[in-house]
Structure formats: structure tokens, C-alpha cells
Ligand binder design. Sequence first.
Ligand code: ADP
Ligand code: MG
Length: 372
Amino acid sequence: MADKLRVGVIFGGRSGEHEVSLVSARSVLRALDPTRFVAVPICITREGRWLLAGDALCALEAGSTDLRGEAVALLGEPGGQGLVSLEQAGVSRPLDVVFPVLHGPYGEDGTIQGLLELADLPYVGAGVLGSALGMDKAVQKTLLASRGMPVAEHLVIRSLDWRRHGERLADAVAVHPGYPCFVKPANLGSSIGISKVKRPGELASAMELALRYDHKVLVEEAVIGREIEVSVLGGEEPRASVCGEVVPSREFYDYQAKYVDGTSALLVPADLPEHLGREAQALAIHAFQVLEAWGMARVDFFVCPDPERVVVNELNTIPGFTPISMYPRLWEASGLSYAGLLTRLIELALDRYRAKSQLDTVYRHVPPNDQI
Ligand SMILES: Nc1ncnc2c1ncn2[C@@H]1O[C@H](COP(=O)(O)OP(=O)(O)O)[C@@H](O)[C@H]1O
Ligand SMILES: [Mg+2]
């Protein structure tokens, strides 16, 4: 028992993707190898309170986190603002590693990763920079394009500019990227706040919806193609899984098609010509490296028929982890089980932590040889 690693599984969170995180966390908690790990559930409520162990599990089972419970502090002195330390909450030994199973802002975006860096805890997945880049669709696209990777034509519109110059910007959208287009908040996921806009008269309401979730919005050309996804796993030398395909049950892969209808098809492996599959895999690894990811990422593409091209849509640093989610399924199809995948991700978290701990943090002057 003593040598089992204590894995803090953090879920919930203050994001529109709270519910999705609960579903992912249930399967991660169930699948962690019990011979190697002790799971410590940690739930962040919608209001941002942290619940531990039993309280966290109650929240998870209830499917809601609007529950009372003893809030805990990961950092700092207990007692302040009604917080108790992990120790006071009955956690006898500190955590060895943390697995954030949080989607969207305040979880996938570098904020929790920053907290874990400060707490000096190893954690699964991309670091602060990689997480932030993975979350911001606008910066992500700029970086990928700067490295020669194919992304959709797009325009970035900020809330203040839209309020001040909405008409002029609407004229600009009509020219570039033109219609139909997709309007989406820069920092979110799970298709929340995304609209397909077919004509100019629909732009304002789509912008209004997206601006409810972020002050920065992307307006993208509608790419006509199949939706192909690749899972990436690793550190310095990441590997790509086989390709999968999403066939949405609706006009596009919106929230309803992703989580409500249950009739979108996830095809594993995708029935794709070999050269296109290889191209997507190579682009996935390249995107993983360019965007400073670590451990895991799912890279999503459009594969277009005419002219034939593979366009990078986005990289997700904390992909869905439900048993039917693409990320673990693609690894299963590539020969790695769900439980084996979790173990590997924890090993990668510890590898990065060890490597980082070996770096010098202060400048040491080394005298030239002739002065020794
Ligand atoms: N430029 C685009 N062209 C065609 N379809 C798009 C485009 N952008 C988004 N979509 C559709 O919307 C879905 C969600 O958009 P995406 O950018 O992947 O956001 P999220 O992070 O919420 O998954 C995609 O899976 C796809 O079905
Ligand atoms: Mg997506």
C-alpha cells in the first residue's frame, strides 16, 4: 500500500464543460490501476469550491456539484476563508501526482497547471504554456500557420471592436472568410457558443452568442471535409495513434450532436486512404510539438476532397476520457488499453517533473579554466 502513488484526480471546474468533465472523471477513477495507484478524487464546484474525497465522490455521483462539503486548500495555510488543508481533511499523505480531468477554461487553459507548478506537484498533460496555447483557438492557429501548417481562413474579432465597428466588420466577414462561416468563442470547447452562419443576416446573433463566452471570437471559413481525429501520446518523442473519424448526426458536430443525441458515429479506425492518414498523423505530431504539448493531446482535422488537403482544426490538451471518447479509443485501436494509457500518462508526468527538477534555478558562475 505504502508504495502506491497517490493520484489526485481533479474534475468539475468553473467551465461550460463541467458536465463533460464529470463523465470523464468517473471513468478515469474507475480505470486507474489499483495495484499501482490510490485515487484521491478532488471536485471543483461550479462556484470554484474544492471538495475532497468523500464529498467529491458525492458530488460526482449526484451529477451536480452544487453541494455543501468541506472545502479544502491545496496551497497555503489552513484556516483562512473557511478552508482546511488536505491534512486536516483526512488526507494523511500528500499527493504524488495530479491528473487534471478538467475541460475548458480554468482547467485546460494553464490556470490549474500554474497552480500545480506553484504547489510543486507533478501533473498529467501539457504545462502552463502548452495548455494556454491549446485553449486559445486564435493564437493556436496563428502559431500553426507560422510553421507552415494548414489551418482554415479566419478573422479574429474582439468584443470592443464588434461593439464599435460591427457594421464594418460584418462587411469584412462577407469578403473574408465569406459565407458560410463558423463563429466561435476563442477559448472554449465542446462546441459551446459555436454557430454555422449561412448568410449575412445571421452573423449578429452568432456573434452575440459567441461573445457571451469570450471577448475574442473567431470567424472561420466553413471547411467542407470529413472530420478526422488523431491521438498523440508522449513527451520529447510523441507518437500518433491510428486515425478516427467523427460523423456528426447533425449539420455539424455541435453540443447536441456530441453529447445529447448519442447518434453521431465515431469510426475507429477511419476508413481513409493511407497517404492521408499518414499526413494527418505527421501533422498531429508536428502540432503537438509546435504547441508545446506534453503527455497527451487529440488533434482534430478536416480532410477535404477537392482539392485534396488535410486542414488542422484544433488541438485539445485534455481530450474527453469517457470510455467511448475518441482519445482512449484510438489508443485501444493502436494496442494500448485504457488503464495502460492512464499509467503511461502518469509516468510521463513524473518524467517531466524529474527533468525539470534537475534544471538549475540559480545562475552559477563557472570560472574559466585558467582561473581555477
Ligand atoms: N471552420 C470550420 N469548418 C467546418 N466545420 C467546422 C469549422 N469549425 C468548426 N466546425 C464544426 O464545429 C465543431 C466544433 O468546432 P471546434 O472548432 O472543433 O470547437 P470545439 O473546441 O468546441 O470542439 C467541429 O467539430 C465541426 O463540426
Ligand atoms: Mg472540436
